[in-house]
Design a protein around this ligand. Sequence first.
Ligand SMILES: [Zn+2]
Length: 88
Amino acid sequence: MKLYNIMEDEVRYAIDKILKTRKNICDCEKCRLDIAAIALNHLPPKYVVTEKGELYERANNLNLQFEADVVKEVAKAIEKVNRKPQHS
Ligand SMILES: [Zn+2]
């Protein structure tokens, strides 16, 4: 069994979704990870216990407020990274 922070998946999902609509923003690996790190530091972790080999399915019980919070933090992180990209 493993401890798993499903907030990481949610943040990655939100980054993909938002970057698809924002053509002027760099989506290299470094920028994506920086965005994820900043957003995750502003969001509470959401841990679940998974069985070995079990794939986490996007929970349908995540409510709209939860998603709105994730999108808001990711959008803020994107602006921050976009203003000062750390990629080389
Ligand atoms: Zn970049």
